[in-house]
Design a protein. Structure first.
Length: 388
């Protein structure tokens, strides 16, 4: 959608997962908002493609995330009702690993603290309930029946359609060339025009580091090349009506995956591996590195052998990691009218709905009702990198 206006209340740079959600929540409140994206979301250049994402509520990355996960789930459910699109499927989510896994232990502790339904079992019990999994008997696991799968591209399409219906403007295939900040306003430059706004949200995913550098802010954001594959699998064992989404924490690697949805085959990726890349020059062809398929096929051969069929398709996407793998959601240290959402480190999509709500509140009020202290730009793991 093209626009002839050049002045807005709020500009959102990066209309992917977080940005598109923010655009919707701003437009819903009658804010005059412009979204700008270098591509045409949903697209295959960032971190939201590949059909599906897991949403978990019992959270191994830290119990501080649980209230946000619960709010995110409520907003996703609301989006499904409003948009009539398929947003969420309650497949349940299974986590497992060797006894003593800090990730599994934290997921269990977070469920206890917030009274979430979580079923605990050992490796034998997991294999008995889901015969498609072969584990040592002394492994431990936790199953959260209320969790499941988000359809990521549907999520972004739904937010896009609703935001536009509510009056938001969207510029696609429009890279930003520069940002100029003033005490109470911003100016955003593209090749075609310059756009003014009172407030700015920067949510550019793997391009955030480059965007923020125009505002003399250097954050430790490292984009990484990530791969996922879909494998021909025994539908009697792995279809979504019988098999959960899953995450696995092992000394040899951290993996995540999805049941076969409508015959797609089991989908799996490795979470803790990825080459450092520049998003503008990265290799986007699956299979150009042996580990693209090698790591995930090796996992399947060991733990889910009936899913180790032919590779049906492979995709390449991007994680943008912070040193501690916690997000950055905060106001710019020098410009309180500029909000930043960055570094979602491969586990952020499930929160896109609530992050959009948070960003809309930061833009309108300069604060949010949600506790985002964990994501402060001033925390120790980031502070030493800031350019004053």
């Amino acid at each position: 959608m093209m626009t002839v206006k050049t002045s807005y209340d709020v500009i959102v740079l990066g209309a992917g997962s977080m940005g598109m959600a923010a655009g919707y929540y701003l437009a819903k409140q009658g804010v005059d908002v412009l979204l700008i994206d270098a591509f045409d979301p949903p697209h295959t250049y960032g971190s939201h493609h590949g059909d599906t994402r897991i949403i978990r509520h019992a959270y191994g990355e830290g119990r501080e995330y649980v209230p946000l996960a619960i709010r995110a789930q409520a907003l996703w459910d609301e989006l499904g009702k409003i948009s009539k699109k398929k947003i969420f499927e309650q497949t349940g989510v299974l986590g497992f690993g060797p006894k003593g896994s800090a990730f599994i232990d934290e997921a269990i502790s977070s469920a206890e603290e917030y009274s979430l339904q979580l079923e605990l079992m050992n490796g034998y019990e997991i294999g008995k309930r889901w015969p498609g999994i072969t584990l040592p008997t002394d492994y431990m696991g936790c199953y959260e029946p209320a969790s499941g799968v988000l359809f990521s591209e549907n999520c972004i399409s739904a937010y896009r359609e609703l935001a536009l219906e509510l009056g938001a403007d969207l510029l696609t295939n429009t890279p930003v060339e520069d940002i100029e900040a003033f005490p109470n306003a911003v100016k955003v430059y593209t090749k075609e025009a310059a756009y003014h706004a009172k407030k700015l949200i920067i949510s550019g995913g793997a391009w955030n580091k480059k965007l923020l550098s125009t505002l003399q802010l250097d954050l430790p954001l490292q984009p990484k090349r990530q791969t996922v594959g879909w494998f021909k699998s025994d539908e009697a064992l792995y279809q979504s009506s019988k098999f959960p989404a899953f995450f696995v924490d092992m000394p040899t690697g951290v993996y995540y995956g999805f049941p076969s949805l409508e015959g797609s085959g089991l989908k799996i990726g490795r979470h803790d591996f990825g080459q450092d890349i520049d998003p503008d020059t990265m290799d986007r062809e699956f299979g150009n590195f042996p580990e693209d398929e090698g790591y995930i096929r090796s996992f399947l051969k060991t733990y889910m052998p009936q899913a180790e069929g032919e590779l049906r398709q492979g995709r390449v996407c991007i994680y943008t990691k912070t040193p501690d793998e916690h997000f950055i959601i905060d106001l710019h240290p020098q410009y309180a009218h500029i909000s930043i959402a960055a570094g979602f480190s491969g586990h952020g999509f499930k929160f896109a709905s609530v992050v959009g709500e948070i960003l809309s509140q930061l833009a309108i009020e300069g604060k949010t009702e949600h506790d985002i202290s964990l994501f402060s730009i001033k925390r120790k793991t980031l502070q030493q990198t800031l350019q004053k």
